[in-house]
Every structure is written in structure tokens, then in C-alpha cells.
Design a protein. Sequence first.
Length: 479
Amino acid sequence: MAKLTPEQKFVTNIVMVVTMGALAFGYDTGVISGALPFMLRPPAQGGLGLTPFTEGLVTSALIVGAAVGSLVCGHVADRYGRRDSLIVLSVVFVIGAVGTALSPSVAIMVAMRAILGFAVGGASALVPMFISEMAHSSRRERLVSQNEMMIVTGQLIAYILNAILAKVSESPTIWRTMLVIAAVPAVLLGVGLFFVPRSPRWLASRGRMDEAEAVLQLIRSTPRQVRKEMSEISAQEDESSDQMGWREAFGKTWIRRLLLIGIGLGFAAQFTGVNAFMYFTPIILHQTGLGTEAALVATIGNGIVAVGATLLGIWMISRYPRRIMMTLGLCAVIVAHFGLGSTLLLLHGATVESAVALGCILFALLFIQMMVSPLYWLLMSELFPLRARGVLTGLSVAAQWMFNATVAFVFPIMLHWAGSWTFYVFALINLCSLLFVMKFLPETKGMTLEELETHLEQELSPEHSAPPKVQIIPTRSMS
């Protein structure tokens, strides 16, 4: 592996700071599984006395807040900048984390979870976007994929800390400690961002070309790279020097098509069942006869597999085309759902049922976190044109959060009423996602963001009625 230049090391440090938002995102989505059993207890025993209905409200409040946050923050980031928007979100993270930990009632808990969700959703839209605009095209895949790595790491940390705190503490209010820990990465994010420059592409979009060039000189290894990138950015800006409004953006056929692709990818990513497995694995395994404690330990296994798979995905993503990886990932997910449904249907009551079911779940998570989830976040950072990137990314990610909420709400109901047939339904849905990806997903590997914008405008404009061409473009060597 080639030695990193000082400028490349600086970009790596920027990514480490910015992905504290992804770590907080992962922790906040994972910690609730350990906190809920304590919150179900009556107030006299340190809980909030949650009922099944209010438990659903507490869980879903974060997802609804995230949908709103991703939508609003995408627009705000186009106007006020990626970095400054993330600084504000770090404050919202802290308010939400401390607020949930101190909540004296269900109503306040739901409100604080929604506030926390707003920050989670905003970070989910802005972090990969910011990284993609800072990274050189030759390192963009690897660096943007750190976002997914930190999300699953945050979830794993939450699962492990939940188990440790529940084991070592006899306090009935230990759930408050679980929740307040989420403030730690948020504080690191907010403080660290003051040492991070603004996005050069956002600066250019506001007509601040001298500042954009100064930032590029900090994050590019050679004057030639700076000149080339400034030339591409300037050429893109010459077409129009202002941000697209909603009406202008949606008035362009190719942008509408691109937005539909982005929303479709969010559907595909969520209906793999990734969060159904992360949230409900103990329930699935309990149906096979596995004990509660063993099922909770298996949830930690989910987190470990997710982290390992994401590491493999980061290695693969810079070597193989996006379309091929996404296609293979969805094929594996279809097999896993079919296998899990068959296990619960045909091996019901057998001694090996739990082990085979867990194997199918881990097989699905391996390919989801290796070939689907990292690619989703990378594509969200790449697909959309600069002048409407925040708005379009926000809309796409907001739709993804609504699909997340749909799966979280529908899955336990389906599992209760349809049992093993639930997974055959998911296999069929993933087959539809596979056909969508094969027909509509454009290849984005190996191009700068400016080259990609020009390419997609040509491919998706009305005169191109055929679906995007399959292209395998070699990754540019660093100069």
C-alpha cells in the first residue's frame, strides 16, 4: 500500500472527525434494544411504564425524526454549507441524548427521541455527502464507505455496552446511562468540525472560488490535482452559478429520473430486511425455541458480522464496479430469505432449527453489509448534481428512512400472522429490487463528481430512452 501524503492524511483525519456523526447515528439506533426492557418497568421500579403502544412510539419517534431531519438538512446544507450544518447537528445530538436520558415521562421521551432522530437523519444525509466532496476520486469509495463502517461500529458498541451495563449494574435506571453515552461522539463531532475546512465544492457553488482553491491546496497532493479539480469545478459552475430551486430541479427530466433511482435504492437497501434482522433477531430465534439470554447474545453476533462484512466491503468497493456488487449482494439476500423461510417451515421443532436460522440471518447480514449498505451510502454521495445535491440527497435519504419505518412496523406483524412465509415475501421483494438495479442503476466507479454529473445528464436526458449503459471504468491512478 502506497504511503499517504500529508494532504491525504489530512483528508483521512477529516473523515475520522466527520464520521463521529455516523458513530452517533449507529449508537442511537442500536442502544434502544438494551434500554427498552428497563423502560418497560413501572415508574416505581425506575422505568417509564411503557405499554406496547408507547413502546412503539418511543421506537418509531427516532425514525420519523430522522426522515424529517434528512429532508430538512439536505436543503439547509445547500444554503449554509455541509460543515456548519453538521456543527449545528452535533448540538442537536447532545440535546437529544441528554434529553432522552433525563426524560421523566413517556411524552418527553418521545419528543426527545424525535429530536435525536432529527440529528440522526441529518447526519445520515450530510456525512457521506461531505466526505465525497472532500475526497479525491481515487479514494472516494474507501473514504465514503467509512460512514457505513462507523454506523455498524456504533451499533456494535451499543449492543456490547448494553450487555455489560445490564450485567454489572443493579440500578433500575441504568437505561439512562445507556442513552446518555450517545452524547460522547456528538461532542467529538462538534469540537472536531471547528478544525475541518468547508467543502470546496460548496464554496464554489456560492461563488467563493478563491476559498475553494485554498481548501483544495490543503487536501490535494499536487498542484496538478488542484488545477485539474478547480478546472472541472469551474466548468460545472459556468453552466449556472446559483443553486437550483425545487422547481428548477424537478423541471429537468434527468434529475427526476435520478431522484427516482435514489429513492428506489433506498427501498432496495431497507427491504433487504437489514434492520428487521438487527432489531428482531431475538424474536426470530425465540420462535425456534432459543432462550432469551442466548438470543440476546446472538444480537451481538449480528453486530460483529456487520462490522467484519463492512470491512470486507470497503476493500471490495474500490476494486469492483458498483452494479456488480449490488447485484451479487441482492442475489445472496434472496437466497438467505428463502433459506430462513424454509428453515422455519421445514425444520420447525428440530434441534438444529435455531442454529440453521441464525446461520441464514448471519449470511444475509454478511452480504447486506458487504455489498448493499455501503454501496447505498456511497451512491447517495455520488449520484446527484452539485447545485441540488443537498435537496436531492435529503429527499432520497428521507424516503429511505420511511422505508425503514415501514419495515420496522410491518415485520413483527407479518412474523406473527404469516410466520415463516414472511421471509418468502421478503425474497420476492428483493427479487424485484434486483431487477430494478439491473435495469436502472448507472455505473459510477472511476469518475470525478463533475465527470459523473455530465455523464448522468447525458444518459438520463429524454433523448436517451434506453436505461443507463453498463460501464466498467478503471479507477484513476493517483498523480
